[in-house]
Write a protein that binds this ligand. Structure first.
Ligand code: SF4
Length: 640
């Protein structure tokens, strides 16, 4: 242990793939305090490395795989780890969070993070076992789909370490090998799906990494940590969202609420409602297809579904996949979505980008821009298409480049549903203006979570005015910073759902809920103050358990204000790195369909009023009018 803080293992390891040299990456306690772990730590390492001239598939790109201080400490939903790199899909920072067991086992091996540089000359899988780093040939695994690769890895680990070998792993499928720009990295059934991190693995000839070891993950005060975690588990289990809706219906449970509020992206975001939604909602998935609920390690929420495909029990679709591969392409066959979801996981491909690239292609075909044989509602050629994308055959080769590439080639940028090259999730933002702002400014491109997930205020938890721009910029900043920090700590973002007192969710028409919904657009000034001076909030909030665990488990002083400030530091740091790659205000835009074409033709307000919100957002963040963090802001946040 080389840190005064617990929770951490105190070591970061640098792997040079070209020379196979393993060395310590210097990481001090000061850096732990400022950059915590996970995606924020990764952003700092990438910031110190990138000049802005690097190419995603160039040898000079690096991959940072990092855990958080809470990963593996028993805190709720804390098995998470993060992969950050330069994205081949967007050309800017990618950060992708995953819930499999790799993060836990990386810490068991004795490490908080890996910094991977260079490129393997040959196809390789890397075995990490305590202080051993072994580079194995991956020739016999190359070309395998995910479950076959995982079976082969299991065989090798058992042969070397016995039947009961315990280890975590990450691997890529054919999509990563063939540099599909939205290829994923899988850990068990969970995916670090977004922004093409799997393709960067492929470009470096890494098929898989395993981690194992017998280190103990230290916590500062084991008794208090356990006590607090028990309280926290209980709170999450009692909360209507984390204790009822998510366990019962998974994220798919949101389909019906989204339909009700016009938030369900339908026919490539032409509409916000899907007339066939009852055939493809969470209730139907739960009643007709779900076999058993599953979840990540130490998670009381267990949001994952299990369905049957080809006689096997496999992971069911999440809301985004369900929305985009059902209503998004006018398909009302839920079992097909289950099948495609499994197929995309097996190929190692992000379901959101794959689905949105497909719906763009269908619309381009419908409008006569690109004759490709893909039609809304026509599903018989889709299974084959996924294979063609993963192996880059026929039109699959072009679809593998994503919707931004295609729209630049064939036209139709106004309906290519991406921001900065990253395809949007299933939330239609014309009935959730704040979510629209989040998509536009999100550091990794069009991401609902990295965007701040304001849709939870605008219809999916509370029900404030979805079309007003008022206070949305301030809430966006606050939620982004909170989620940045939850992720950096090593926890799942769904733990933040319990931030809203349960009665606000169970009593949507109660007087307090109504008052809260009415008040939200008018409290921007208060949030602006909190965002500006978070350290004045040196308290723990009873609804937000994430801060109090820090002194118990990590031996690090923490309070709500400090927590937000750390999140702000991370968010601004990522933007600072992106600005080196040329990102400015002009890139914080949405496809014109969302800003210029009202969802309801009789209500001109049903667009995203982006420009107004953007100005307030930049001012709140201390970024200049071009959307670039000012020197003063960077100094205030100890970034420079
Ligand atoms: S809420 Fe779902 S995604 Fe998050 S840790 Fe739990 S099971 Fe995994």
């Amino acid at each position: 242990m080389q840190s005064k803080y617990t929770g951490y293992m105190g070591r970061v390891i640098q792997i040079d793939l070209a020379t196979k040299k393993i060395s310590e990456y210097p990481w001090s306690d000061k850096e732990r305090e400022l950059f915590i772990g996970g995606k924020i730590m990764a952003a700092k390492i990438l910031c110190d490395h990138f000049k802005g001239t690097e190419q995603p598939f160039g040898d000079e790109n690096i991959i940072v795989i990092s855990t958080g201080p809470l990963t593996g400490t028993g805190a709720p939903s804390s098995s998470r780890f993060n992969i950050s790199t330069l994205s081949p899909l967007t050309g800017i920072l990618a950060s992708s969070n995953c819930g499999g067991s790799f993060g836990y086992y990386l810490k068991k091996a004795g490490y908080d993070a890996l910094v991977i540089k260079g490129k393997c000359e040959k196809r390789t899988w890397i075995e990490i076992n305590n202080n051993k780093f072994i580079f194995h040939s991956a020739d016999d695994m190359w070309g395998t789909k995910i479950s076959e690769c995982q079976t082969k890895l299991a065989g090798k680990m058992q042969a070397a370490h016995g039947e009961k070998a315990k280890y975590g792993h990450i691997c890529i499928g054919p999509a990563g090998e063939n540099l599909v720009k939205y290829a994923a990295v899988l850990s068990g059934e969970r995916a670090a799906g977004r922004a093409g991190v799997g393709a960067v693995f492929g470009s470096k000839n890494i098929k898989a990494i395993t981690a194992a070891g017998n280190h103990i993950i230290p916590v500062f005060d084991a008794e208090k940590t356990l006590e607090w975690n028990k309280k926290w588990f209980k709170y999450l289990k009692k909360h209507p969202l984390t204790g009822n809706q998510l366990p019962k219906l998974g994220t798919a449970g949101l389909v019906s609420s989204m339909q009700m509020r016009g938030l369900l992206a339908t026919k490539n975001y032409t509409y916000g409602k899907n007339t066939d939604f009852e055939k493809v909602n969470g209730e139907t998935l739960a009643e007709q297809y779900n076999i058993v609920n599953k979840g990540c390690m130490t998670c009381p929420i267990k949001c994952a579904r299990t369905v049957e495909v080809d006689g096997k029990q496999v992971k069911g679709p999440e809301l985004e996949t369900l929305g985009l591969l059902a209503g998004g392409i006018l398909n009302d066959n839920l079992q097909l979505v289950n099948q495609w979801n499994y197929q995309l996981d097996e190929l190692g491909m992000d379901t959101i980008s794959a689905a949105n690239t497909l719906s763009y292609a269908m619309e381009a075909n419908e409008k006569g821009l690109w004759k490709n044989g893909l039609e809304f509602g026509k599903t018989d050629n889709i299974s084959q298409l996924w294979e063609d994308i993963a192996y880059r055959r026929g039109i699959g080769d072009e679809l593998a480049e994503g919707s931004r590439f295609l729209s630049r080639k064939y036209g139709g940028e106004e309906f290519a549903m991406n921001v900065k090259g990253l395809e949007l999730a299933a939330y239609e933002p014309r009935m959730a203006a704040g979510q629209g702002l989040g998509y536009a400014v999100s550091n990794r491109g069009g991401c609902h979570l990295n965007g701040g997930y304001l849709v939870i205020l605008e219809g999916l938890g509370l029900n404030t005015n979805p079309n007003t721009p008022k206070a949305k910029a301030d809430f966006t900043m606050l939620f982004q910073d909170l989620m940045e920090m939850i992720s950096a700590s090593g926890q799942c973002l769904f733990t933040s759902y319990a931030f809203f007192p349960g009665f606000l969710i169970t009593q949507p028409n109660g007087p307090v809920t109504k008052a809260a919904n009415a008040a939200i657009p008018h409290i921007g000034w208060a949030l602006r103050f909190i965002n500006k001076c978070p350290t004045t909030l040196a308290i723990h909030l009873p609804v937000f358990h994430h801060t109090k665990i820090f002194p118990y488990a990590v031996n690090m002083p923490m309070n709500f204000g400090k927590y937000i400030r750390c999140g702000e530091r991370g968010y601004t740091l990522e933007r600072y790195v992106n600005s080196r790659f040329g990102i400015t205000e002009k890139d914080d835009k949405l496809p014109q369909r969302l800003t210029d074409v009202p969802q309801n033709e009789n209500n001109p307000k049903t667009v995203v009023p982006l420009d107004k919100m953007k100005k307030t957002y930049y001012a709140a963040r201390g970024w200049d009018k071009n959307g670039v963090p000012t020197k003063e802001t960077l100094r205030r946040l100890n970034i420079i």
